[in-house]
Structure formats: C-alpha cells, structure tokens
Ligand binder design. Structure first.
Ligand SMILES: O=C(O)c1cc(=O)[nH]c(=O)n1[C@@H]1O[C@H](COP(=O)(O)O)[C@@H](O)[C@H]1O
Length: 230
C-alpha cells in the first residue's frame, strides 16, 4: 500500500459529503476515513456505497469492549472489504487479539489507537490518572498492540520513530493530528505538519478539517499531498 493521505469524512450529512467528493476528479483514487459521526447515521450502506465507487476505506469505529463483543463485531466487518479498522489499544491484550481473530481471512488492517491526539500530558496525568510520560504510554500501548497481532497503530506523528523502535519498522503508524502551518489546531494537542510526519516516518496521514472545511477542498488536499510527497 502506498503511503496515503487519508481524508476524514466528518460530515453531518451524506449529501454534503457526496458534494465534497464530487469536487475531486474521478481519476483521484481517494482514501477516505468514515468515523463515528457518519457511520452512526448512515451505517453499512454508506460504507458499501463508497467501496462500490472505488474508494479505499478506513473504518474508524474505535472499538472498545469485552473481547467476545469485539471479536463478533470484527467478524461482521471482515465481510465489508474495508482497508483499515480501528480499536482502542487500551481495551487490552485479549481484546486486541480477539479483534485480529475476528478479522481473520479478510485483508482489513487492524489499527490500535494509542493515546488520542487530542490528549496531552496534562490530561493523561490529571484526568486519566496515568502516571507515565505520554511518550512512554504511547510506546507501551503500541507494544501491546504489536504483541497481540495488530497491523499498526494510530498515534501522533511525533511518536512514530519511538514506536518503530519499540515494535518493528514495518508496523504501520497512521497519524492524525496533522496541521499544515497555516491551519488552526482546534481540539488537537499532539500535532505535526505533513512534511514533519513524512520525515518522522509516518506510513499515512489522516486529515479532516484542514481539507473538509477549506474553501476549496480539492486544492487543500492537493497542497497537503504535495507537502507529504516532497
Ligand atoms: O482514529 C483516528 O482516526 C483518530 C485518532 C486520534 O488519536 N486522533 C484523531 O484525530 N483521530 C481522527 O482523525 C481525524 C482528525 O480530524 P481533523 O482534526 O479534523 O484533521 C478525526 O476524524 C479523528 O476522529
């Protein structure tokens, strides 16, 4: 798989989303992330529709439940022919392994979310009461995901070198929290530019608002791809 720029489709309605996609030439082979906002409203038919149109799909459901429930859910998703699926690494070793076994026989890559990019050191210590440096917590969760069969993790680009050291160079690091220099950071805490993410060894970047809320979404996407592929 080439290193993709994955567009996060965080739209309130499907009409707005399809209008957004129609800005792109048909030849543009987009990699799209369907997250909770759209999946909760439009479910599997929406995923199926976008697969039929030839898009690669990252289904970002961030599953986090008991192993049996996660396994059964993954068995269902395994039939959907999506390229990537997320679970929370903090669901534990057994849950990650259960997710992987649920996906058996499919080509869907299992990605474990480490520490959300919207959480910094302060939130980790004071809200979640995790007495670790953020980087150590991310490395710990990445190792847990690696040891239990995940294909990769979701983390900030800033942590990629450390994750690859703690796991393996081909363990996928897909990184949201991407902000071109001119973009607003918003609710993200651990951010990097597309160029920084590339230099740090990220295997793919996830970008939402800097593209979906731009005046010209296609141009914003092209600019980010240019910086990413430099
Ligand atoms: O799993 C994710 O994709 C994810 C994990 C994470 O730690 N941080 C994070 O921002 N994301 C997702 O990546 C996207 C980032 O969107 P923007 O902040 O608008 O670029 C959103 O759809 C988030 O749900």
């Amino acid at each position: 798989m080439d290193k993709p720029v994955i567009v996060a489709l965080d739209f309130a309605d499907d009409f707005e989303c399809i209008n957004f996609l129609n800005q792109f030439p048909k030849s543009e082979k987009l990699f799209l992330k369907i997250g909770l906002e759209m999946f909760c409203q439009f479910g599997y038919p929406f995923v199926h529709n976008l697969r039929e149109r030839g898009y690669n799909i990252f289904l970002d459901l961030k599953l986090h439940d008991i192993p049996n429930t996660v396994k059964r859910t993954c068995e269902m998703i395994a039939k959907w022919d999506v390229q990537m699926l997320t679970v929370h690494a903090s669901g534990g070793a057994e849950m990650i392994a259960a997710a992987k076994s649920g996906l058996a026989g499919s080509k869907t890559k299992l990605l474990a979310v480490t520490q959300l990019t919207s959480l910094g050191q302060n939130e980790l210590e004071n809200e979640l009461q995790i007495p670790l440096k953020s980087a150590d917590y991310v490395a710990h969760l990445a190792k847990l995901a690696f040891d239990n069969g995940a294909d990769g993790v979701i983390s900030s680009a800033l942590e990629v070198p450390m994750i690859k050291d703690a796991t393996s160079s081909d363990f996928l690091c897909i990184t949201p929290g991407i902000r071109p220099k001119s973009a607003q950071v918003g609710d993200q805490k651990r951010v990097a530019t597309p160029a920084q993410a590339r230099t740090l060894g990220s295997d793919g970047i996830v970008v939402g608002r800097p593209i979906t809320q731009a005046q010209d979404g296609h141009q914003a996407y092209m600019n980010i791809c240019k910086e990413w592929n430099k």
